[in-house]
Design a protein around this ligand. Structure first.
Ligand SMILES: *Cc1c(COP(=O)(O)O)cnc(C)c1O
Length: 431
C-alpha cells in the first residue's frame, strides 16, 4: 500500500512526509519530537554512541545550530542550549557538583540563582558559601573547602554593577582544580568573554540580550573544553570513573570536553529542561544582531546615566560606565566596546518617588525583564530584592528610592524626554 492508495485518515497523517533536504540559508526549524532512522543499524548506533539525531530532548539540528553559534561567540569549545537561564545555571552546576559537595558563590547574583542555592541545592545536600567582597581574592580563597567543587559568580552583577575580576578568581579556582562558572547574562559576549580570561564554564539567560526581542525564554551553558583529568579528575569522579556497567568514562569518550559532554548526555536531557526548536530558532535570530544591539544599548545607557547623574532629583547612579563608579577601572579592563545597559539609580524622595516614577513612565515599560530592545524599569526593593533583609539590600545597593533600568535600542532623546517628564512629575508630587 502506498500513501496515494491509503484511506483518508492515513493520507492526512502521511502524505506530507518527505526526506528531501534543502540548503536553507536561514536556520531551518526542525519542529519535531524525533527523527526517522535510516535502518535497523542506524537506530542501534544512535542509541549506543549518541551520534546523529533521534529524539529532540537529546538533540535537534535547530538547537545544535544555535549551540554552535553561541559557543563561537563565547570562544568556547561547545555549548548546550536549555529552556531557560535558570535551567542553564542548574545544568552547569549539576554537571560538576553532587550531594555532599560545596559551592562558593558571589553574593551579588540573580535572586533566582540565590534561591536555587539556598532552597533547592541545600535540600540535595549541596551547601553554598557566599562571598560578599568579591574584589578580595582572600575572601574567595578562605571560602573554599576540601569538598568545594564549583565557584560561581556573575561577570557583571545587578544591582550595583559590580565587575568580577575573572582572571584573579579563576586563578584561585584553578589552584584548587575547581571550575569557575560565570553567569555572563548582563555583559554578553559582545562586551566580555569570560572563557578568554580563565573561566571554565559560562552560563546565560538567553531570554535576555541573546534573544533580545523578549519573546522567548532560553539558557545556554558554554564550556572551554579544557577539562584536565590529571589535574582535576580527583574532583570529578563522575567524569573519570567508568560508567554504569563498566562503560568507558565520560572523559575517555569526550576528553577535554568531558564536562559539557556530561551536561549534554546526563544532566540536560535527564532533568528535562529541553528548549523548543522554535525558541532555539528565535534565539539564533536574535544572536545575529547581538553586537549591534549591545553597542547601541551601551551607548544609550551611558548617555542616560550621565544625564541622570546631573539631575537634581537623582541621588546616585550605579553605572560602571561612569568614572564615579567604584568598579569603573576594572570595568574598562574587562568590558570591551561599552559598559552594558542595565544599571540602577536612586531617587531623592525614597519609596513614594519610586512609585510615582514607575507609574509615570511612557516610553519605558514597567516590567521584570532585562536585555530587551525596549527600555524597561523595575523597583528592585519591592520586587526582585524583596526577599532580602534591609541590611542585605543596603549592601547590594538597593534602597527604597532605587530603580533598575534596562536600556533599549530606542532613540536616546526620546528616552531622556520620558525620564525628564517623569522626574518633573515626581518632583511635584513628592516635594
Ligand atoms: C534572568 C536571569 C537568569 C534566569 O534566567 P531565565 O531565563 O529567566 O530563567 C539568570 N541569571 C541572570 C543574571 C539573569 O538576569
Amino acid at each position: 500500500m502506498t500513501v496515494e492508495t491509503a484511506r483518508f485518515a492515513t493520507r492526512a497523517v502521511h502524505a506530507a512526509r518527505s526526506r528531501e533536504t534543502a540548503s536553507s540559508r536561514a536556520t531551518p526549524i526542525y519542529l519535531t519530537a524525533g527523527f526517522e532512522f535510516d535502518d535497523f543499524d542506524h537506530a542501534a548506533d544512535h542509541f549506543s554512541t549518541g551520534a546523529g539525531f533521534g529524539y529532540t530532548r537529546t538533540g535537534n539540528p535547530t538547537v545544535r545550530a544555535v549551540e554552535r553559534q553561541l559557543a563561537a561567540l563565547e570562544s568556547g569549545a561547545d555549548a548546550v542550549l536549555v529552556a531557560s537561564g535558570q535551567a542553564a545555571v542548574v545544568t552547569a552546576l549539576l554537571a560538576v557538583v553532587g550531594a555532599g559537595d560545596h559551592i562558593v558563590s558571589s553574593t551579588h547574583i540573580y535572586e533566582g540563582t540565590r534561591g536555587l542555592f539556598l532552597d533547592n541545592l541545600a535540600r540535595l545536600d549541596i551547601a553554598t558559601t557566599f562571598v560578599e567582597d568579591i574584589a578580595d581574592p582572600d575572601a574567595w580563597r578562605a571560602a573554599i573547602r576540601p569538598n568545594t567543587r564549583a565557584v560561581f559568580a556573575e561577570s557583571l552583577a545587578n544591582a550595583r554593577n559590580d565587575v568580577l575580576d575573572i582572571r584573579a578568581i579563576s586563578d584561585i579556582a584553578d589552584e584548587f582544580a575547581i571550575p569557575l562558572i560565570v553567569d555572563n547574562t548582563l555583559a554578553t559576549p559582545a562586551l566580555l568573554r569570560p572563557l578568554e580570561h580563565g573561566a571554565a564554564i559560562v552560563v546565560h539567560s538567553a531570554s535576555k540580550f541573546l534573544a533580545g526581542h523578549g519573546s522567548v525564554l532560553g539558557g545556554v551553558i558554554v564550556d572551554d573544553g579544557r577539562f584536565d583529568a590529571e589535574h582535576a579528575g580527583h574532583n570529578a569522579p563522575h567524569l573519570v570513573l567508568p560508567g554504569r556497567g563498566g562503560a568507558p568514562s565520560v572523559f575517555a569518550r569526550h576528553g577535554g570536553r568531558a564536562r559539557i559532554g556530561y551536561a549534554r548526555e546526563s544532566v540536560a536531557p535527564r532533568f528535562g529542561a529541553s528548549p523548543s526548536p522554535l525558541n532555539a530558532f528565535l534565539i539564533g535570530q536574535g544572536v545575529e544582531t547581538l553586537g549591534l544591539r549591545v553597542e547601541r544599548q551601551s551607548r544609550n545607557a551611558l548617555q542616560i546615566a550621565q544625564w541622570l547623574e546631573q539631575h537634581e532629583s537623582v541621588e546616585s547612579v550605579d553605572y560602571v560606565g561612569l568614572p564615579s563608579h567604584p568598579d569603573h577601572a576594572i570595568g574598562q579592563r574587562y568590558l570591551d566596546g561599552g559598559s552594558g545597559s542595565i544599571f540602577t539609580f536612586t531617587l531623592r524622595g525614597g519609596l513614594p518617588a519610586a512609585r510615582r516614577f514607575v507609574e509615570g513612565v511612557q516610553v519605558f515599560t514597567h516590567m521584570t525583564h532585562i536585555g530587551d530592545v525596549r527600555s524597561l524599569v523595575l523597583h528592585p526593593g519591592t520586587t526582585s530584592h524583596a526577599q532580602r533583609t534591609e541590611d542585605e539590600r543596603e549592601i547590594l545597593g538597593v534602597r527604597p528610592g532605587t530603580l533598575r533600568v534596562s536600556i533599549g535600542i530606542e532613540d536616546v532623546d526620546d528616552l531622556i524626554a520620558d525620564l525628564s517628564q517623569v522626574l518633573n512629575a515626581v518632583r511635584e508630587t513628592v516635594a
